[in-house]
Design a protein around this ligand. Structure first.
Ligand code: XIL
Length: 338
């Protein structure tokens, strides 16, 4: 196939990313990755349970190999993720009571675990990454009072152990490391999904606004949270107008925005009719048109998977290449959104 590289189409706009795992870094999959993409996110290799499954024992070997290979192949690397309620070891923020029930860890111990993990990991990878998802998915699914972002926080273990300021504490810990390395150029992101939901995006807006405003009292003109990542796990009937309105609201915060995990569930049971494939292609096109119109404020658009066969939601055919790595209408929507 003599396809136009996606990264060439958007070279003046933003980075074009995809997910990487060790298996992707060879053969035809590596060729496809290198041809179209110039940025990468580790699908699992840099998550808390991969890096510090046991307290105090950091296991960097696999992630290091993956990152070094990715960089050697010419792609930039984004760090994902430092603080999350999934794929994180229980010891970080929970313990057991006398009856063997899981309960939240005390605030001080949990804070210490949070900060140690963040500082060690950020320091270790250093300038090999261009950005970090410092906190992932802290806001709940459909906030009823988005004006009160603290009431909109997910009842996650970190929240239960530390309280609402765990988000700010996480960014402060990461920022502290970066302040010690003025030569590093790394953006700190808050990342979440379903931000086309206007209630959820308002809660995120209010959270980032308040945390950055607080920080600026002592650090005039500086940001604590540099960016908002809109994951973008969409459905074929997602309304692009909602994506646009959230995107514009985040841009108005003065932060960089990235689309961090784009895929569009279409069809089911691994079946995709021609009609739905076209609809999917049209939505990819509409979204990329919006992204391009806001390119000045977008750092990166990352698609969450190389092909439908290896997608985390493979049965819903969400990606731009099919399981045989052939371009779908979605690919053509991406390269020619107008
Ligand atoms: C997914 C990975 O793609 C899967 O391989 C893994 O089994 C589960 O996690 N939001 C995120 C990503 O921030 O880390 C998730 O990735 C998808 C949802």
């Amino acid at each position: 196939q003599d396809l136009t590289p996606i990264k060439d189409v958007y070279q003046d706009d933003f980075l074009i990313g995809n997910v990487v795992s060790v298996e992707d870094m060879q053969g035809v999959r590596l060729e496809l990755l290198k041809k179209h993409f110039n940025a990468a996110t580790a699908g699992n290799a840099m998550k808390p349970d991969a890096l510090q499954r046991t307290k105090g024992v950091f296991t960097f070997t696999d992630a290091d190999k993956l990152i070094d290979k990715t960089l050697a192949e010419g792609l930039k690397m984004h760090g994902h993720t430092l603080v999350w309620h999934q794929q994180s070891p229980a010891w970080m923020n929970t313990t057991e009571d006398a009856g063997g029930n899981t309960i939240p860890l005390g605030r001080e111990e949990a804070l210490d675990n949070l900060k140690t993990h963040i500082k060690t990991v950020v320091e270790h990878f250093g300038n090999k990454v261009i950005s970090w998802d410092v906190v992932n998915e802290a806001i709940n699914d459909n906030p009823q009072t988005p004006s009160d972002w603290k009431a909109s926080l997910r009842q996650a273990p970190w929240y239960q152990a530390i309280g609402a300021d765990y988000v700010e504490q996480a960014f402060l810990a990461a920022r502290e490391v970066l302040d010690e390395h003025p030569d590093w150029d790394i953006r700190l992101y808050y990342n979440d999904y379903n931000l086309d939901n206007q209630n959820k995006s308002k809660a995120v807006y209010n959270m980032v606004h308040e945390i950055n405003t607080n920080y600026q009292k002592n650090h005039p003109g500086k940001l604590l949270i540099d960016g908002v990542g809109m994951q973008g796990h969409y459905m074929v009937n997602t309304n692009p107008a909602n994506v646009k309105s959230s995107l514009e609201s985040f841009i108005s915060l003065g932060v960089e925005v990235s689309i961090t995990e784009l895929d569009i569930q279409t069809g089911s049971n691994y079946q995709l009719s021609e009609k739905l494939a076209e609809a999917q292609g049209y939505l990819y096109a509409q979204l990329f048109k919006i992204f391009r119109e806001h390119a000045a404020n977008i750092g990166r658009v990352t698609i969450w998977g190389l092909d439908d066969g290896t997608s985390w939601r493979a049965s819903t055919n969400p990606l731009i290449f099919d399981k045989d790595l052939q371009a779908k209408p979605a690919y053509y929507g991406v390269i020619d959104p107008d």
